[in-house]
Write a protein that binds this ligand. Structure first.
Ligand code: FCB
Length: 453
C-alpha cells in the first residue's frame, strides 16, 4: 500500500508561534511571554505578542487550509489561555476561542489534532517550581482532563507533549529557550521524569473524561539515523545508534529511548540507566506503570538524520557529510532518508501506528515581482522526504499521517521571525498571507493521495 486511503495529510502549528493575543481575554502569562521580554534572548527582541494574529484571524486561516486541501490540522492549546494560573478556574473566553477554531475546522472538513503542550508553561506554574515540583503532575493532568471533557465531543485525536527533548533540553539544560535556565543536570532528570509522569496521569484522566473513544499519542523529536548502505551491518549500526542513549550529559535530552521506552515499553533503557546513574531521581515501579499507560499511536517530529556505518571496531560510526552538503536556511542538513529509516526503526521497536507530527524546513522566502512566493527548495525538500515516507508505508510501516511544519511562517522561538517555515507566507507588517508555490504543490499531492510522488 502506498498511503492509506484515510491518510492524514496535514499541517502543524503551535499556539505561541501563531496566535498572538498574548495578553487578551484573560490569558495568563506563559514562560515565553516572560522570556521574550528579557534582553538578548530572542532575535532582535521579537515576541509572540502578535505573531500571526491567528487569535483574530483564525477564520481566514482555516479558509486557507481549506484552499490547500489539507485533511488534518495539528495545533496546540495554550495551557495558560485555558488556566491562567495553571489550575483552578478555567478562563471561559480562552476555551471559547478553541471551540470556535475547532468548529471552523470541522465545518471546513479538516480534522483537528490537538497537542496539549507545545511549550506554553503557565508562568504561575513555573514560579511554583514548574516541572521540578511534583504537583505539576496533577496540574497538567487536570488540564488535560478538562480539555478532553470540553472537546472530545468534537475531537478524537490528542497528543500530550510536543518534543520533551526540546523543552527540557533547550529550556533547562542549554538555556536557549524559555525559561532560559542552565539547571543542574540532576534537576533536569527530575523534570524529565515528572514530564513522563504527567503524560501518564494525563492519558489516564483523559480516557476517564472522554465523551467518546479518543486516540492519544505523544510527539517527541530527535535526529534519526540511517544506514550508509543496505548491508545488514550498516543497518544494525544505524539501529543501534538511533536507539542508544546520548552519553553527552551536557546535551543528554537528545535521545529517543530515554523518553519513549518508558512510555511504550514501560521501562527506562538499560544503557541510559547506567550512563545517567549518578544523576537520576528515585524511579519507582509504580512510576513506570503510570508512565506506560497504553497509548494509541506514536508521533514523531523528524527533520533530519545522520548517516551511520559499522566501524572497524564493530561500533556505530557517523559518516562525515561531504563538502557542500545540502542544507536549509537554518543550516539543518537535508537528509530525506530519515523519513524512511526513522519510521522503520521506530515501528520495529514500538509497534505503534505512526504519525509524522512535524517535518519541513526554513527557507529565505520572499515575495517576487509577480506578487507570488516561489519556494522551489521547499518543494524539493518535501517531495524527497515524502517519497521516502511512501516507501516506508509500502514496506509495511503503519504510517497514518504527515503534518508539514508549518502551515504558515511564524515565530520560530529564539530565532523570532527570521526563519520562514510556512507553506503560507506571512507579511508581519500587514498580516497579509500568500500561499507559496509549495502550498499549491502540496495541494496537488494531497488530491492524488501521494500517488503522484
Ligand atoms: C520543532 C518545534 C516547532 C518548530 C520546528 C521548526 O522543534 O516543535 O515548534 O519550531 O521545530
Amino acid at each position: 500500500m502506498s498511503f492509506r486511503k484515510d491518510f492524514a495529510w496535514g499541517e502543524a502549528t503551535s499556539s505561541y508561534q501563531i496566535e498572538g493575543g498574548a495578553f487578551t481575554d484573560g490569558k495568563g502569562w506563559d514562560i515565553w511571554d516572560v522570556f521574550c521580554r528579557e534582553k538578548g534572548k530572542v532575535f532582535e527582541g521579537h515576541t509572540g505578542d502578535v505573531a500571526c494574529d491567528h487569535y483574530y484571524r483564525f477564520k481566514e486561516d482555516v479558509a486557507l487550509m481549506k484552499e490547500l486541501g489539507i485533511k488534518a490540522y495539528r495545533f496546540s492549546i495554550n495551557w495558560s489561555r485555558v488556566f491562567p494560573n495553571g489550575y483552578g478556574k478555567a478562563n471561559e473566553l480562552g476555551v471559547k476561542f478553541y471551540h470556535n477554531l475547532i468548529d471552523e475546522l470541522i465545518n471546513a472538513g479538516i480534522e483537528p489534532f490537538i497537542t496539549l503542550y507545545h511549550w506554553e508553561l503557565p508562568y504561575e506554574v513555573y514560579k511554583k517550581g514548574g516541572w521540578l515540583n511534583d504537583e505539576v503532575i496533577e496540574w497538567f493532568s487536570d488540564y488535560a482532563a478538562f480539555i478532553v471533557k470540553e472537546f472530545s465531543g468534537k475531537v478524537t485525536k490528542f497528543f500530550t507533549f510536543n518534543e520533551p527533548q526540546c523543552f527540557i533540553g533547550l529550556g533547562f539544560v542549554t538555556g536557549v529557550h524559555a525559561p532560559g535556565l542552565k539547571a543542574p543536570i540532576r534537576d533536569s532528570f527530575i523534570m524529565a521524569h515528572n514530564v513522563l509522569k504527567s503524560h501518564g496521569l494525563a492519558v489516564k484522566k483523559m480516557r476517564e473524561n472522554a465523551k467518546q473513544d479518543i486516540l492519544i499519542g505523544i510527539a517527541p523529536t530527535g535526529s534519526m539515523s540511517y544506514p550508509d548502505s543496505d548491508k545488514p551491518e550498516d543497518i544494525e549500526a544505524a539501529r543501534t545508534h538511533l536507539m542508544s542513549c546520548n552519553p553527552d550529559l551536557s546535551n543528554w535530552t537528545w535521545n529517543v529511548t530515554w523518553w519513549s521506552d518508558p512510555v511504550i515499553l514501560g521501562e527506562y533503557p538499560e544503557d541510559g540507566l547506567k550512563l545517567y546513574k549518578d544523576y537520576l531521581p528515585e524511579i519507582k515501579k509504580d512510576d513506570l506503570k503510570l508512565i506506560s499507560q497504553p497509548i494509541d499511536f506514536y508521533g514523531q517530529n523528524i527533520y533530519n538524520g545522520n548517516r551511520i556505518k559499522m566501524g572497524v571496531d564493530g561500533k556505530s560510526e557517523v559518516v562525515k557529510r561531504y563538502e557542500g552538503f545540502p542544507k536549509t536556511a537554518l543550516d539543518w542538513p537535508v537528509t530525506p532518508e530519515c523519513l524512511y529509516w526513522g519510521p522503520y526503526f521506530l515501528y520495529e521497536r514500538y509497534k505503534k501506528p505512526i504519525y509524522i507530527t512535524e517535518n519541513g524546513l526554513s527557507c529565505h522566502d520572499m515575495v517576487s515581482s509577480d506578487g507570488k512566493v516561489h519556494d522551489p527548495n521547499r518543494i524539493t525538500f518535501v517531495e524527497s522526504y515524502l517519497k521516502q515516507l511512501k516507501k516506508a508505508s509500502e514496506n509495511g510501516v503503519d504510517i497514518r499521517g504527515y503534518f508539514h511544519w508549518s502551515l504558515m511562517d511564524n515565530f520560530e522561538w529564539h530565532s523570532g521571525y527570521a526563519e520562514r517555515f510556512g507553506m503560507i507566507y506571512v507579511d508581519y507588517q500587514t498580516q497579509k498571507r500568500i500561499i507559496k508555490d509549495s502550498g499549491y504543490w502540496y495541494k496537488n499531492i494531497i488530491a492524488e493521495n501521494g500517488e503522484n510522488l
